[in-house]
Design a protein around this ligand. Structure first.
Ligand code: NAD
Length: 480
Protein backbone atom coordinates (compact mmCIF):
# COMPACT_ATOMS: atom_id res chain seq x y z
CA UNK A 1 0.00 0.00 0.00
CA UNK A 2 1.19 3.51 -0.74
CA UNK A 3 2.19 5.32 2.42
CA UNK A 4 0.12 8.44 3.02
CA UNK A 5 2.18 9.65 5.95
CA UNK A 6 2.42 13.42 6.03
CA UNK A 7 5.28 14.64 8.24
CA UNK A 8 4.27 16.94 11.05
CA UNK A 9 6.00 20.26 11.66
CA UNK A 10 9.22 20.29 13.69
CA UNK A 11 8.55 20.19 17.43
CA UNK A 12 9.95 20.15 20.94
CA UNK A 13 8.04 17.59 23.00
CA UNK A 14 8.80 17.61 26.71
CA UNK A 15 7.73 14.46 28.54
CA UNK A 16 7.32 15.27 32.24
CA UNK A 17 7.55 11.87 33.89
CA UNK A 18 9.92 10.74 31.12
CA UNK A 19 11.35 8.01 33.35
CA UNK A 20 7.94 6.60 34.27
CA UNK A 21 6.06 3.47 33.32
CA UNK A 22 3.73 5.11 30.81
CA UNK A 23 6.62 6.83 29.02
CA UNK A 24 8.51 3.59 28.64
CA UNK A 25 5.60 1.32 27.69
CA UNK A 26 3.54 3.62 25.50
CA UNK A 27 4.76 7.13 24.75
CA UNK A 28 8.34 6.44 23.63
CA UNK A 29 7.58 3.31 21.56
CA UNK A 30 4.74 5.27 19.89
CA UNK A 31 7.10 8.13 19.05
CA UNK A 32 9.65 5.73 17.64
CA UNK A 33 7.04 4.18 15.35
CA UNK A 34 5.99 7.57 14.05
CA UNK A 35 9.64 8.39 13.45
CA UNK A 36 10.28 5.16 11.58
CA UNK A 37 7.18 5.79 9.48
CA UNK A 38 8.59 9.14 8.40
CA UNK A 39 6.02 11.24 10.24
CA UNK A 40 8.43 12.82 12.71
CA UNK A 41 10.71 15.31 11.01
CA UNK A 42 14.48 15.19 11.42
CA UNK A 43 14.58 18.28 13.59
CA UNK A 44 11.95 17.10 16.05
CA UNK A 45 13.16 16.79 19.64
CA UNK A 46 11.93 14.77 22.58
CA UNK A 47 13.04 15.99 25.97
CA UNK A 48 12.61 13.71 28.97
CA UNK A 49 12.07 15.62 32.21
CA UNK A 50 11.76 13.83 35.53
CA UNK A 51 13.01 13.76 39.08
CA UNK A 52 15.98 11.43 38.50
CA UNK A 53 19.31 13.21 38.18
CA UNK A 54 21.01 11.63 35.18
CA UNK A 55 22.67 12.57 31.90
CA UNK A 56 20.92 12.67 28.55
CA UNK A 57 23.10 9.71 27.54
CA UNK A 58 21.84 7.63 30.48
CA UNK A 59 18.20 8.40 29.67
CA UNK A 60 18.79 7.65 25.98
CA UNK A 61 20.17 4.24 26.94
CA UNK A 62 17.10 3.60 29.08
CA UNK A 63 14.83 4.61 26.18
CA UNK A 64 16.71 2.22 23.90
CA UNK A 65 16.05 -0.60 26.39
CA UNK A 66 12.37 0.35 26.49
CA UNK A 67 12.14 0.16 22.67
CA UNK A 68 13.74 -3.28 22.74
CA UNK A 69 11.31 -4.43 25.40
CA UNK A 70 8.11 -3.13 23.84
CA UNK A 71 8.65 -3.30 20.07
CA UNK A 72 9.33 -6.29 17.84
CA UNK A 73 12.98 -6.76 16.96
CA UNK A 74 12.34 -6.48 13.22
CA UNK A 75 11.11 -2.90 13.65
CA UNK A 76 14.33 -1.82 15.30
CA UNK A 77 16.75 -1.25 12.42
CA UNK A 78 20.11 -0.09 13.73
CA UNK A 79 20.38 3.10 11.67
CA UNK A 80 16.78 4.00 12.39
CA UNK A 81 17.15 3.52 16.14
CA UNK A 82 20.36 5.54 16.16
CA UNK A 83 18.69 8.41 14.27
CA UNK A 84 15.73 8.34 16.68
CA UNK A 85 17.90 8.32 19.78
CA UNK A 86 19.76 11.36 18.45
CA UNK A 87 16.47 13.27 18.76
CA UNK A 88 16.42 12.73 22.55
CA UNK A 89 17.52 15.00 25.35
CA UNK A 90 16.99 14.91 29.10
CA UNK A 91 16.90 17.14 32.10
CA UNK A 92 16.24 16.63 35.79
CA UNK A 93 13.41 18.80 36.99
CA UNK A 94 11.36 19.23 40.12
CA UNK A 95 7.69 19.74 39.40
CA UNK A 96 7.09 21.24 42.82
CA UNK A 97 10.39 23.10 43.26
CA UNK A 98 12.55 25.46 41.24
CA UNK A 99 15.27 23.05 40.08
CA UNK A 100 15.57 22.50 36.35
CA UNK A 101 13.14 25.18 35.12
CA UNK A 102 15.69 27.77 33.88
CA UNK A 103 17.53 24.93 32.09
CA UNK A 104 14.30 23.83 30.44
CA UNK A 105 13.62 27.37 29.27
CA UNK A 106 17.10 27.54 27.75
CA UNK A 107 16.54 24.29 25.85
CA UNK A 108 13.25 25.24 24.20
CA UNK A 109 13.36 26.55 20.64
CA UNK A 110 11.20 29.51 19.59
CA UNK A 111 10.40 28.51 16.06
CA UNK A 112 8.97 25.01 16.48
CA UNK A 113 5.74 23.57 17.88
CA UNK A 114 5.84 23.23 21.66
CA UNK A 115 4.16 20.34 23.46
CA UNK A 116 4.34 19.30 27.11
CA UNK A 117 3.21 15.83 28.08
CA UNK A 118 2.14 15.62 31.74
CA UNK A 119 2.89 11.93 32.30
CA UNK A 120 3.01 12.35 36.07
CA UNK A 121 0.56 11.92 38.93
CA UNK A 122 -2.46 14.27 38.52
CA UNK A 123 -1.53 15.96 41.81
CA UNK A 124 1.42 17.51 39.92
CA UNK A 125 -0.57 18.85 36.94
CA UNK A 126 -1.23 22.20 38.62
CA UNK A 127 2.40 22.69 39.68
CA UNK A 128 3.65 21.93 36.15
CA UNK A 129 1.15 24.28 34.52
CA UNK A 130 2.02 27.04 36.95
CA UNK A 131 5.79 26.68 36.48
CA UNK A 132 5.61 26.47 32.69
CA UNK A 133 3.82 29.77 32.88
CA UNK A 134 5.77 31.59 35.62
CA UNK A 135 9.13 30.67 34.05
CA UNK A 136 7.96 32.04 30.73
CA UNK A 137 8.48 28.68 29.02
CA UNK A 138 5.12 27.84 27.42
CA UNK A 139 4.09 30.07 24.53
CA UNK A 140 0.46 31.01 23.89
CA UNK A 141 0.28 28.30 21.22
CA UNK A 142 1.94 25.57 23.33
CA UNK A 143 -0.01 22.36 23.95
CA UNK A 144 -0.25 20.36 27.15
CA UNK A 145 -1.28 16.72 27.27
CA UNK A 146 -2.86 15.42 30.45
CA UNK A 147 -3.31 11.78 31.36
CA UNK A 148 -6.09 10.02 33.14
CA UNK A 149 -7.46 10.03 35.79
CA UNK A 150 -8.96 13.45 35.25
CA UNK A 151 -10.41 13.92 38.73
CA UNK A 152 -12.19 11.40 40.90
CA UNK A 153 -15.52 13.22 41.03
CA UNK A 154 -17.14 16.37 39.67
CA UNK A 155 -15.63 18.69 42.28
CA UNK A 156 -12.03 17.50 41.75
CA UNK A 157 -12.42 17.57 37.94
CA UNK A 158 -13.76 21.12 38.15
CA UNK A 159 -10.85 22.12 40.39
CA UNK A 160 -8.35 20.56 37.97
CA UNK A 161 -9.97 22.27 34.98
CA UNK A 162 -9.89 25.58 36.85
CA UNK A 163 -6.19 25.18 37.73
CA UNK A 164 -5.22 24.36 34.16
CA UNK A 165 -7.38 27.21 32.88
CA UNK A 166 -5.39 29.69 34.96
CA UNK A 167 -2.41 29.10 32.68
CA UNK A 168 -3.71 27.52 29.47
CA UNK A 169 -6.66 28.09 27.14
CA UNK A 170 -8.99 25.15 26.46
CA UNK A 171 -7.61 25.01 22.90
CA UNK A 172 -4.19 24.20 24.38
CA UNK A 173 -5.34 21.35 26.66
CA UNK A 174 -5.34 17.76 25.33
CA UNK A 175 -7.04 15.37 27.77
CA UNK A 176 -6.11 11.89 26.66
CA UNK A 177 -8.50 8.97 26.53
CA UNK A 178 -6.52 6.44 24.56
CA UNK A 179 -9.68 4.57 23.55
CA UNK A 180 -10.44 7.46 21.22
CA UNK A 181 -7.14 6.95 19.40
CA UNK A 182 -7.97 3.39 18.39
CA UNK A 183 -8.33 2.83 14.65
CA UNK A 184 -11.65 1.03 14.99
CA UNK A 185 -13.16 3.78 17.10
CA UNK A 186 -12.37 6.25 14.36
CA UNK A 187 -13.70 3.71 11.91
CA UNK A 188 -16.99 3.74 13.78
CA UNK A 189 -17.33 7.38 12.74
CA UNK A 190 -16.28 6.59 9.17
CA UNK A 191 -18.86 3.81 8.96
CA UNK A 192 -21.64 5.88 10.46
CA UNK A 193 -20.99 9.13 8.64
CA UNK A 194 -19.25 8.03 5.44
CA UNK A 195 -21.99 5.67 4.23
CA UNK A 196 -25.69 5.99 3.57
CA UNK A 197 -26.25 2.37 4.54
CA UNK A 198 -26.09 2.60 8.31
CA UNK A 199 -27.21 6.02 9.46
CA UNK A 200 -30.88 5.63 8.40
CA UNK A 201 -31.04 2.48 10.53
CA UNK A 202 -29.07 3.91 13.45
CA UNK A 203 -32.01 4.60 15.76
CA UNK A 204 -34.60 3.06 18.04
CA UNK A 205 -36.76 1.99 15.14
CA UNK A 206 -34.15 -0.45 13.86
CA UNK A 207 -31.68 -0.98 16.68
CA UNK A 208 -32.88 -3.40 19.35
CA UNK A 209 -30.05 -2.66 21.75
CA UNK A 210 -26.33 -1.88 21.96
CA UNK A 211 -23.72 -3.71 24.05
CA UNK A 212 -20.42 -2.13 25.01
CA UNK A 213 -17.90 -4.41 26.65
CA UNK A 214 -14.39 -3.81 27.97
CA UNK A 215 -13.25 -7.09 29.52
CA UNK A 216 -9.88 -7.77 31.07
CA UNK A 217 -8.32 -11.09 32.00
CA UNK A 218 -5.93 -9.59 34.50
CA UNK A 219 -6.74 -8.51 38.04
CA UNK A 220 -5.70 -5.27 39.69
CA UNK A 221 -2.13 -6.57 40.05
CA UNK A 222 0.28 -4.09 41.61
CA UNK A 223 -2.22 -1.24 41.20
CA UNK A 224 -4.36 -2.44 44.12
CA UNK A 225 -3.79 0.62 46.29
CA UNK A 226 -4.82 3.01 43.50
CA UNK A 227 -7.60 0.83 42.13
CA UNK A 228 -9.31 0.25 45.45
CA UNK A 229 -9.89 3.99 45.79
CA UNK A 230 -11.30 4.10 42.28
CA UNK A 231 -13.18 0.97 41.15
CA UNK A 232 -14.52 0.07 37.73
CA UNK A 233 -16.99 2.94 37.62
CA UNK A 234 -14.34 5.65 38.01
CA UNK A 235 -11.50 3.81 36.31
CA UNK A 236 -13.35 2.61 33.19
CA UNK A 237 -17.00 3.66 32.88
CA UNK A 238 -16.77 7.41 33.52
CA UNK A 239 -14.14 7.79 30.81
CA UNK A 240 -13.58 4.95 28.33
CA UNK A 241 -17.02 3.33 28.19
CA UNK A 242 -18.71 6.72 28.30
CA UNK A 243 -16.65 7.90 25.32
CA UNK A 244 -17.53 4.76 23.33
CA UNK A 245 -21.19 5.24 24.19
CA UNK A 246 -21.03 8.86 23.02
CA UNK A 247 -19.49 8.00 19.66
CA UNK A 248 -22.09 5.30 19.11
CA UNK A 249 -25.10 7.36 20.14
CA UNK A 250 -24.23 10.89 19.02
CA UNK A 251 -25.94 12.81 16.24
CA UNK A 252 -23.92 13.46 13.07
CA UNK A 253 -21.72 16.47 13.73
CA UNK A 254 -21.83 19.17 11.13
CA UNK A 255 -18.12 18.65 10.38
CA UNK A 256 -15.39 16.30 11.54
CA UNK A 257 -13.92 19.09 13.56
CA UNK A 258 -13.02 19.20 17.28
CA UNK A 259 -15.80 21.29 18.73
CA UNK A 260 -18.50 19.99 16.40
CA UNK A 261 -17.72 16.38 17.43
CA UNK A 262 -17.35 17.21 21.11
CA UNK A 263 -20.59 19.21 21.19
CA UNK A 264 -22.46 16.14 19.97
CA UNK A 265 -20.75 13.82 22.47
CA UNK A 266 -21.61 16.21 25.29
CA UNK A 267 -25.30 16.15 24.31
CA UNK A 268 -25.32 12.35 24.69
CA UNK A 269 -23.93 12.50 28.22
CA UNK A 270 -26.44 15.16 29.15
CA UNK A 271 -29.25 13.04 27.71
CA UNK A 272 -28.47 10.04 29.90
CA UNK A 273 -31.29 9.14 32.28
CA UNK A 274 -30.35 8.53 35.91
CA UNK A 275 -29.81 4.79 36.34
CA UNK A 276 -32.06 2.78 38.64
CA UNK A 277 -30.12 0.74 41.20
CA UNK A 278 -31.85 -2.37 39.80
CA UNK A 279 -30.17 -1.65 36.45
CA UNK A 280 -26.65 -1.86 37.87
CA UNK A 281 -24.64 -4.89 38.91
CA UNK A 282 -21.38 -4.47 40.80
CA UNK A 283 -19.04 -7.39 41.34
CA UNK A 284 -15.77 -8.43 42.92
CA UNK A 285 -13.69 -11.36 41.70
CA UNK A 286 -13.22 -14.33 44.03
CA UNK A 287 -11.70 -17.79 43.70
CA UNK A 288 -8.29 -18.49 42.20
CA UNK A 289 -7.45 -14.82 42.54
CA UNK A 290 -9.43 -12.75 44.92
CA UNK A 291 -9.94 -9.01 44.80
CA UNK A 292 -9.81 -8.75 48.58
CA UNK A 293 -6.36 -10.39 48.58
CA UNK A 294 -5.14 -7.88 45.98
CA UNK A 295 -6.05 -4.77 47.96
CA UNK A 296 -5.19 -3.61 51.47
CA UNK A 297 -8.68 -3.30 52.90
CA UNK A 298 -10.00 -6.82 53.65
CA UNK A 299 -13.55 -5.47 53.80
CA UNK A 300 -13.34 -3.33 50.65
CA UNK A 301 -16.61 -2.68 48.84
CA UNK A 302 -15.00 -1.35 45.66
CA UNK A 303 -16.22 -2.99 42.45
CA UNK A 304 -13.86 -4.75 40.01
CA UNK A 305 -16.81 -5.40 37.68
CA UNK A 306 -19.80 -3.37 36.65
CA UNK A 307 -22.67 -3.98 34.27
CA UNK A 308 -25.41 -1.47 33.66
CA UNK A 309 -28.37 -0.68 31.47
CA UNK A 310 -28.60 2.91 30.26
CA UNK A 311 -31.13 4.98 28.41
CA UNK A 312 -30.24 7.88 26.19
CA UNK A 313 -33.33 10.02 26.56
CA UNK A 314 -33.79 11.58 23.13
CA UNK A 315 -35.82 11.01 19.96
CA UNK A 316 -33.23 8.82 18.29
CA UNK A 317 -32.81 6.33 21.11
CA UNK A 318 -36.12 6.27 22.93
CA UNK A 319 -36.67 2.60 23.81
CA UNK A 320 -33.24 1.27 22.81
CA UNK A 321 -31.20 0.29 25.86
CA UNK A 322 -27.42 0.50 25.97
CA UNK A 323 -25.84 -2.24 28.07
CA UNK A 324 -22.34 -1.55 29.37
CA UNK A 325 -20.05 -3.97 31.18
CA UNK A 326 -16.44 -3.94 32.21
CA UNK A 327 -14.43 -5.97 34.64
CA UNK A 328 -11.21 -7.60 35.67
CA UNK A 329 -10.26 -11.28 36.00
CA UNK A 330 -12.80 -12.29 33.37
CA UNK A 331 -12.71 -15.28 31.04
CA UNK A 332 -11.13 -13.39 28.16
CA UNK A 333 -9.80 -9.99 27.23
CA UNK A 334 -11.82 -8.08 24.69
CA UNK A 335 -13.34 -4.70 23.98
CA UNK A 336 -16.17 -4.20 21.56
CA UNK A 337 -19.22 -2.19 20.67
CA UNK A 338 -22.00 -4.38 19.33
CA UNK A 339 -25.10 -2.98 17.65
CA UNK A 340 -27.94 -5.54 17.61
CA UNK A 341 -30.48 -4.62 14.98
CA UNK A 342 -34.11 -5.70 15.23
CA UNK A 343 -35.47 -8.73 13.49
CA UNK A 344 -37.39 -8.20 10.27
CA UNK A 345 -40.92 -6.99 11.09
CA UNK A 346 -42.44 -10.03 9.45
CA UNK A 347 -40.80 -13.24 8.39
CA UNK A 348 -41.82 -14.82 5.11
CA UNK A 349 -39.90 -17.97 5.99
CA UNK A 350 -40.91 -20.98 8.04
CA UNK A 351 -40.71 -20.50 11.77
CA UNK A 352 -37.91 -23.04 12.05
CA UNK A 353 -35.91 -21.54 9.15
CA UNK A 354 -33.70 -19.80 11.70
CA UNK A 355 -34.49 -16.12 11.36
CA UNK A 356 -31.64 -13.97 12.62
CA UNK A 357 -31.14 -10.30 13.30
CA UNK A 358 -28.24 -8.31 11.88
CA UNK A 359 -25.40 -7.58 14.25
CA UNK A 360 -22.65 -5.04 13.69
CA UNK A 361 -19.64 -5.44 15.94
CA UNK A 362 -16.78 -3.02 16.23
CA UNK A 363 -13.87 -4.73 17.92
CA UNK A 364 -11.29 -2.57 19.63
CA UNK A 365 -9.05 -5.26 21.02
CA UNK A 366 -7.60 -7.70 20.45
CA UNK A 367 -7.58 -7.90 16.62
CA UNK A 368 -9.18 -4.58 15.80
CA UNK A 369 -11.83 -5.02 13.15
CA UNK A 370 -15.44 -4.62 12.14
CA UNK A 371 -17.87 -7.35 11.33
CA UNK A 372 -21.47 -7.26 10.11
CA UNK A 373 -23.55 -10.41 10.36
CA UNK A 374 -26.07 -10.77 7.58
CA UNK A 375 -28.63 -13.46 6.98
CA UNK A 376 -28.35 -15.64 3.91
CA UNK A 377 -29.69 -18.97 2.74
CA UNK A 378 -27.71 -21.95 3.81
CA UNK A 379 -26.35 -23.37 0.56
CA UNK A 380 -27.65 -26.65 -0.83
CA UNK A 381 -30.95 -28.47 -1.06
CA UNK A 382 -33.33 -29.00 1.84
CA UNK A 383 -35.51 -25.90 1.61
CA UNK A 384 -34.96 -22.41 2.90
CA UNK A 385 -32.71 -22.55 5.93
CA UNK A 386 -31.25 -19.27 7.08
CA UNK A 387 -27.80 -18.71 8.53
CA UNK A 388 -25.99 -15.58 9.51
CA UNK A 389 -22.55 -15.08 8.08
CA UNK A 390 -19.99 -12.38 8.65
CA UNK A 391 -19.65 -9.68 6.07
CA UNK A 392 -16.10 -9.00 7.06
CA UNK A 393 -15.06 -5.38 6.99
CA UNK A 394 -11.64 -5.85 8.42
CA UNK A 395 -9.77 -2.85 7.04
CA UNK A 396 -6.45 -4.58 7.62
CA UNK A 397 -7.16 -7.28 5.03
CA UNK A 398 -8.99 -5.08 2.56
CA UNK A 399 -6.34 -2.39 2.52
CA UNK A 400 -3.36 -4.68 2.55
CA UNK A 401 -2.36 -3.56 6.04
CA UNK A 402 -0.46 -5.95 8.20
CA UNK A 403 -2.83 -6.39 11.15
CA UNK A 404 0.11 -6.47 13.56
CA UNK A 405 0.94 -2.94 12.42
CA UNK A 406 -2.34 -1.30 13.30
CA UNK A 407 -1.00 1.90 14.87
CA UNK A 408 -1.23 2.09 18.62
CA UNK A 409 -3.66 4.71 19.91
CA UNK A 410 -0.80 6.74 21.39
CA UNK A 411 0.85 7.09 17.96
CA UNK A 412 -2.20 8.72 16.52
CA UNK A 413 -2.96 10.86 19.55
CA UNK A 414 0.53 12.28 20.05
CA UNK A 415 0.76 13.25 16.38
CA UNK A 416 -2.68 14.92 16.70
CA UNK A 417 -1.27 17.00 19.56
CA UNK A 418 1.62 18.15 17.38
CA UNK A 419 -0.77 18.88 14.51
CA UNK A 420 -3.04 20.79 16.89
CA UNK A 421 -6.11 18.61 16.29
CA UNK A 422 -8.26 18.19 19.42
CA UNK A 423 -11.04 16.09 17.84
CA UNK A 424 -10.05 12.89 19.64
CA UNK A 425 -9.43 14.53 23.02
CA UNK A 426 -11.95 15.22 25.75
CA UNK A 427 -13.06 18.77 26.35
CA UNK A 428 -13.30 20.04 29.94
CA UNK A 429 -17.11 20.26 29.92
CA UNK A 430 -17.42 16.68 28.62
CA UNK A 431 -15.34 15.34 31.50
CA UNK A 432 -17.36 17.35 33.99
CA UNK A 433 -20.68 16.19 32.50
CA UNK A 434 -19.53 12.58 32.74
CA UNK A 435 -18.65 13.05 36.42
CA UNK A 436 -21.95 14.85 37.05
CA UNK A 437 -23.70 11.72 35.79
CA UNK A 438 -21.36 9.31 37.66
CA UNK A 439 -21.29 11.03 41.08
CA UNK A 440 -24.89 10.39 42.21
CA UNK A 441 -24.55 6.72 41.31
CA UNK A 442 -21.42 6.33 43.44
CA UNK A 443 -22.94 8.41 46.24
CA UNK A 444 -25.99 6.11 46.18
CA UNK A 445 -23.74 3.06 46.74
CA UNK A 446 -22.02 4.81 49.58
CA UNK A 447 -25.29 5.85 51.22
CA UNK A 448 -26.63 2.29 50.99
CA UNK A 449 -23.26 0.75 51.91
CA UNK A 450 -23.77 -1.30 48.76
CA UNK A 451 -21.80 -4.54 48.66
CA UNK A 452 -20.62 -5.93 45.31
CA UNK A 453 -21.66 -9.49 44.46
CA UNK A 454 -19.03 -12.20 43.95
CA UNK A 455 -18.00 -13.58 40.57
CA UNK A 456 -15.59 -16.36 39.91
CA UNK A 457 -12.17 -15.42 38.52
CA UNK A 458 -12.03 -16.58 34.90
CA UNK A 459 -15.82 -16.44 34.47
CA UNK A 460 -17.93 -14.14 32.29
CA UNK A 461 -18.95 -12.07 35.34
CA UNK A 462 -21.64 -12.28 38.02
CA UNK A 463 -24.86 -14.26 37.50
CA UNK A 464 -26.73 -11.05 38.30
CA UNK A 465 -25.23 -9.44 35.18
CA UNK A 466 -26.60 -12.27 33.04
CA UNK A 467 -29.98 -11.72 34.68
CA UNK A 468 -29.85 -8.00 33.83
CA UNK A 469 -30.05 -9.10 30.19
CA UNK A 470 -32.21 -12.20 30.62
CA UNK A 471 -35.04 -10.29 32.21
CA UNK A 472 -35.19 -8.19 29.02
CA UNK A 473 -35.10 -11.34 26.88
CA UNK A 474 -31.53 -10.65 25.73
CA UNK A 475 -28.09 -12.07 26.35
CA UNK A 476 -24.54 -10.79 26.42
CA UNK A 477 -22.29 -11.69 23.54
CA UNK A 478 -19.85 -14.42 24.46
CA UNK A 479 -16.47 -13.24 25.62
CA UNK A 480 -14.35 -14.88 22.95
P1 NAD B 1 5.29 6.47 37.30
O1 NAD B 1 5.11 6.50 38.77
O2 NAD B 1 5.85 5.26 36.66
O3 NAD B 1 6.19 7.70 36.84
C1 NAD B 1 6.05 8.96 37.43
C2 NAD B 1 7.02 9.92 36.79
O4 NAD B 1 6.81 11.19 37.41
C3 NAD B 1 8.50 9.58 36.97
O5 NAD B 1 9.18 9.88 35.78
C4 NAD B 1 8.94 10.55 38.06
O6 NAD B 1 10.30 10.93 37.99
C5 NAD B 1 8.08 11.74 37.76
N1 NAD B 1 7.92 12.58 38.96
C6 NAD B 1 7.36 12.27 40.13
N2 NAD B 1 7.43 13.32 40.98
C7 NAD B 1 8.06 14.32 40.31
C8 NAD B 1 8.43 15.65 40.63
N3 NAD B 1 8.18 16.18 41.82
N4 NAD B 1 9.03 16.37 39.68
C9 NAD B 1 9.28 15.88 38.45
N5 NAD B 1 8.96 14.63 38.09
C10 NAD B 1 8.35 13.86 39.01
O7 NAD B 1 3.84 6.83 36.70
P2 NAD B 1 3.21 6.35 35.30
O8 NAD B 1 2.63 4.99 35.49
O9 NAD B 1 4.17 6.57 34.20
O10 NAD B 1 1.95 7.33 35.17
C11 NAD B 1 2.07 8.68 34.78
C12 NAD B 1 0.69 9.27 34.56
O11 NAD B 1 0.02 8.55 33.54
C13 NAD B 1 -0.23 9.20 35.77
O12 NAD B 1 -1.08 10.31 35.76
C14 NAD B 1 -1.05 7.95 35.52
O13 NAD B 1 -2.29 7.99 36.16
C15 NAD B 1 -1.20 8.02 34.02
N6 NAD B 1 -1.46 6.74 33.37
C16 NAD B 1 -0.54 5.74 33.43
C17 NAD B 1 -0.80 4.55 32.79
C18 NAD B 1 0.20 3.43 32.79
O14 NAD B 1 -0.06 2.43 32.12
N7 NAD B 1 1.31 3.52 33.47
C19 NAD B 1 -2.00 4.37 32.07
C20 NAD B 1 -2.92 5.43 32.02
C21 NAD B 1 -2.63 6.61 32.67
Amino acid sequence: MVSRVIPVDPFDLVIFGGTGDLARRKILPALFRRFSDGQMPEDARIIGAARTKQTAAAWTKWVHEALKEFLPKEELGKTLVKAFLERLDYLAIDAVGEAGWPELKAKMRDDVTQAFYFSVAPSLFGALAERLHSNGIARADARIVVEKPFGRDLASAQALNATLAEHFAETQIYRIDHYLGKETVQNLMAIRFGNVLFEPLWNAQYVDHVQITVAEEVGVGGRGAYYDKSGAMRDMVQNHLMQLLCLTAMEPPNRFEPNAVRDEKLKVIRALDPVASTDIVRGQYVGKSSYLDDVEDPASRTESYIAMKLHVANWRWNGTPFYLRTGKCLKARGSEIVVHFKETPHSIFEEDAGNKANVLSIRLQPNEGIDLRVTIKEPGPGGMRLVDVPLDMSFADALGHDASHVPDAYERLIMDVIRGDQTLFMRGDEVEAAWAWTDPIIEGWKARNDKPVDYETGSTGPEEALMLMHRDGRRWRDLA
